[in-house]
Ligand binder design. Structure first.
Ligand SMILES: Nc1ncnc2c1ncn2[C@@H]1O[C@H](COP(=O)(O)OP(=O)(O)OP(=O)(O)O)[C@@H](O)[C@H]1O
Length: 327
């Protein structure tokens, strides 16, 4: 396993039966491409956490193989494995009697990095997750807000540059506003570090917002659909997926469908005024600007210029067409 790049993950016919006979995962095969963020979503008890914890071997599979970057992790030393796989959980699990710096430094210290390297890595990471090393580094976990603690959890998981990041409902313990902000920051972070991430949530909006792909699971880890968010919303594989993603999936699709830069209606005479959105933003942004603007259209800007307009009927047409061609 290479420590600096993202790794692919392959689960092959993985099964988990707990000692009391509970079959948490009957048989799951799933490929997670390197550098992608895959969201596992499904009802409570369907086996999401079990799947995640088998990848870093906090739980041993009963059968099957888990291959990370070509290496069968069921044969790897579990302690060494966990140092290369970052893990973030809902209630962070920071060490209460250690400073934020010391918390983030946990794995680099275990790996015996020189002190200077640890210090600069910790500062870099605190900065990356939006915390000021000088202000927050010396504090203890109880001296931070819930959202800040969550960010420390992410920084700690990234500290030793893991090849894989496992995240189990990492943002569900904070209020919706902080959660939205953490998601946004997290997307920015992922755009720069490009880790392979397996992310568990039961929140469809979070899955759609964060996932490159979504794995929709039903009882005992049955994979009902595995696809990009736009297609899970536009073309649910079956009734289970349709029910799970919700009757409002049409509205959710607005948030994952980009505004086109071409095929627009020409600008009207007064088209240099009025609401505008950037091409590449989402139809949700376009609709919000439309509703706010009161003009009945919204201009689309590309390369700093207004290229044309979209009306509500156009938004509908883009959404309809996206269902048939979207990758
Ligand atoms: N240690 C255990 N022993 C026996 N059964 C267990 C154990 N841990 C989990 N289970 C059972 O395995 C199934 C899957 O649990 P798991 O925690 O993986 O689900 P989940 O999808 O993550 O649920 P949630 O969304 O509620 O966190 C459940 O039926 C659960 O009760």
């Amino acid at each position: 396993m290479n420590a600096t790049v993202a790794a692919s993950i392959r689960l092959e016919s993985v099964r988990k039966q707990y000692d009391d006979g509970t079959v948490a995962v009957r048989e799951l095969t799933l490929d997670v491409p390197a550098g992608e963020l895959v969201v596992l979503i499904g009802p409570s008890g369907c086996g999401k956490s079990t799947i995640l914890r088998m990848i870093n071997r906090l739980i041993e599979p009963t059968a099957g193989r888990i291959v990370v970057d070509g290496e069968d992790v069921t044969r790897a030393d579990p302690v060494a494995l966990r140092r290369r796989v970052g893990y973030v959980i809902q209630h962070v699990g920071l060490f209460p009697h250690q400073t934020i710096r010391a918390n983030v430094a946990t794995v680099p210290k275990l790996l015996g990095w020189p002190r200077d390297r640890i210090r600069s890595r910790v500062d870099e990471l605190l900065d990356l997750v939006g915390l000021d090393p000088a202000r927050h580094g010396g504090r203890y976990p109880h001296e931070l807000s819930g959202g800040q603690r969550q960010r420390v959890g992410v920084a700690r998981a990234l500290a030793a540059d893991p090849v894989v990041l496992l995240m189990d409902e990492p943002f569900s313990a904070v209020d919706p506003i902080v959660r939205g902000r953490l998601q946004e920051e997290f997307l920015r972070l992922q755009a720069s570090v490009r880790k392979t991430i397996v992310f568990v949530t039961h929140d469809v909006d979070e899955a759609v917002r964060l996932g490159d792909r979504i794995a929709v699971l039903s009882e005992a880890g049955k994979l009902e659909q595995y696809d990009v968010p736009a297609r899970v919303l536009a073309a649910p594989a079956n009734d289970f997926v349709a029910d799970f993603v919700g009757a409002d999936r049409g509205i959710k699709r607005l948030a994952v469908t980009p505004i086109p830069a071409e095929g627009l209606r020409p600008l009207p005479a007064d088209g240099d005024q009025g609401p505008a959105v950037n091409a590449g933003a989402t139809l949700r942004d376009a609709l919000a600007a439309l509703l706010e603007g009161g003009t009945g259209w919204v201009a689309v800007v590309a390369d700093g210029q207004r290229r044309g307009i979209l009306t509500p009927a156009d938004v509908y047409a883009v959404l309809r067409d996206a269902a048939t061609v979207k990758e």
